[in-house]
Ligand binder design. Structure first.
Ligand code: HEM
Ligand code: MTE
Ligand code: MO
Length: 475
């Protein structure tokens, strides 16, 4: 062994600032990296590891798995970690919280790996009314929890009858099975267009943080009735809270809530879903049970559902209180007051062009162009029209809307699924370039705003301006 001194974890933890010195550990060595902090190519992120182990960070930022990085580190070695503390550490640092995440389809465009966030290529999205589960967009805030379906229990709380506990089997056999085709959209869909106007905080989603699936499960309404929901409860209760089984390092779970009325309404179609597209829910989409709240922002469709609570209050979760809210373009991070804005529930009218892709080309010889896209509105409002322009908005034509092939037309107020649409148009003879635009209209005559700046917000949510793509015409 080297002649370097032995330190305890406590010694290392005592060095967490530039004043006291910055110490870290790596594979049982103790390093005083105080002098290196200012030289670090990755900036002051390095201070996150101060007083602790480098391994968890380096497994996240794989750029460090190189010889020259280890050489730099070795210059700063001051000692060894005591054998006892090293052993304790190894049980923590060798376990990557994301190591049991499922395998994903390589076609997905990854926005962040840990946690996993990805969207399908847009041109694939519009090729099928029902999005295959493997390429359905995935939005996780935390590692995917592994839930054993046999011992899974769902707790329904806050009702006069006390806690109702249901197994997966109970959910499948004690309540009628309902199937709903519903589109899910993340509040951050199309955030990248807001980012171009002025920087926003959040994952840089393109136009495909939206997908459509059939969901089957018990109606939340039926389960709440079985748990004792009735007119007396309606007098005081206002919200239904959901808690996921996915946890952060401090044990905090993902959570959200929806208005009570949506949850108990016969027409709300809120499901405790155990199937997606006719199969068990995939791990990424909430196995074994997730909430599906048709017409409502993705964030309230809680996956890996552990608990349902009927309450006078909204969920206290970070994602209900301090995220997923809209603000004025004039509000910045110094002035924002999250309490001043309501949590996003129903989403506004939305549409986007999936083909041709922005920056693509069309050949003059083809004589025409086919434009495709999706359109959807929140709250069960049906898309009734999509207007498409090939000349930057000077002239417009109406796109052909398509429901699913085996889908009956939705009852009024319950249009939960998107419409795919298509326009085939001759190429304008003189044009060298097309600026293609789409905009949708729902049955309340809500329309999309024409540009991003008036709806820009610091969090980059609710990005639903007219979608514009430019394509070149090649001779
Ligand atoms: C990049 C060294 C700790 C985050 C780098 C690079 C080096 C380095 C040499 C450039 C690698 C290359 O491009 O070839 C070190 C050393 C560390 C340390 C010696 C510990 C003593 C950390 C920690 C974090 C971190 C704890 C995060 C919590 C990053 C990031 C980059 C980076 C994000 C990439 C920056 C970019 O892509 O522009 N580090 N690092 N590093 N480091 Fe570290
Ligand atoms: N539920 C849990 N438990 N954990 C999460 O991170 N993400 C939410 C929601 N439900 C999330 C969750 C968000 S922000 C969205 S947009 C949708 O799940 C995405 O659902 P999907 O991954 O099935 O597309
Ligand atoms: Mo989301």
């Amino acid at each position: 062994r080297s002649a370097l001194p032995i330190f305890t974890q406590e010694d290392v933890t005592g060095h967490r600032t530039l004043e006291d010195g910055v110490w870290v550990t790596y594979k049982g060595g103790v390093y005083d990296i105080t002098e290196f902090v200012a030289m670090h190519p990755g900036g002051d992120k390095i201070l996150l590891a101060a007083g602790g182990a480098l391994e968890p960070f380096w497994s996240l930022y794989a750029v460090h798995n190189q010889e020259h990085v280890l050489e730099i580190l070795s210059e700063y070695k001051v000692g060894e970690l005591s054998a006892e503390d090293l052993k304790k550490q190894q049980s923590v640092t060798t376990s990557d919280p994301y190591s049991s995440d499922p395998v994903r389809h390589p076609a997905l465009r990854v926005n962040s790996l840990k946690p996993f966030n990805a969207e399908p290529p847009p041109e694939i999205l519009s090729d099928s009314y029902i999005t295959p589960s493997a390429i359905f967009f995935k939005r996780n805030h935390l590692p995917v929890p592994q839930v054993d379906p046999g011992s899974y229990r769902l707790y329904i709380e806050g009702l006069p009858g006390g806690v109702l506990t249901l197994s997966l089997e109970d959910l499948k056999t004690k309540f009628p099975k309902h199937t709903v085709t519903a589109t899910l959209q993340c509040a951050g869909n199309r955030r990248s267009e807001m980012n171009k106007v002025k920087q926003v905080k959040g994952l840089n989603w393109g136009i495909a943080a939206i997908s459509n699936a059939t969901w089957s499960g018990a109606k939340l309404r039926d389960v709440l009735l079985a748990a004792g929901y009735g007119p007396d409860v309606a007098k005081w209760a206002r919200h239904v809270q959901f808690e996921g089984l996915d946890k952060d390092v401090s044990g905090t779970t993902y959570g959200a809530s929806i208005p009570l009325n949506k949850a108990v309404s016969e027409e709300g179609d809120v499901l405790l879903a155990y199937e997606m597209n006719g199969e068990d829910l995939p791990a990424d989409h909430g196995f074994p049970v997730r909430v599906v709240v048709p017409g409502t922002v993705g964030a309230r469709n809680v996956k890996w559902l552990g608990k349902v609570t009927v309450s006078a209050e909204e969920s206290g979760s970070h994602w209900q209180q301090n995220d997923y809210k809209g603000f004025s373009p004039g509000t910045d991070w110094d002035t924002v007051d999250f309490k001043s804005a309501p949590a996003i529930q129903e989403l506004p009218i939305q549409s986007a062009i999936t083909a041709p892709a922005d920056g693509g080309v069309v050949e003059r010889s083809s004589g025409e162009v086919t434009v495709k896209g999706y359109a959807w509105s929140g709250g069960g409002r049906e898309v009734v029209r999509v207007d498409v322009s090939l000349d930057g908005g000077k002239t417009w034509q109406v796109a052909q809307l398509k429901d699913g092939e085996n889908e009956a037309p939705p009852p009024p107020g319950r249009a939960w699924a998107w419409k795919l649409w298509e326009v085939q148009a001759p190429l304008p003879p003189e044009a060298q370039e097309l600026e293609i635009i789409c905009k949708a209209v729902d049955d309340s005559y809500n329309m999309q705003p024409d540009s991003v700046p008036p709806i820009w917000n610091l969090r980059g949510v609710l990005s639903n301006a007219w979608h514009r793509v430019k394509v070149k015409i090649t001779e």
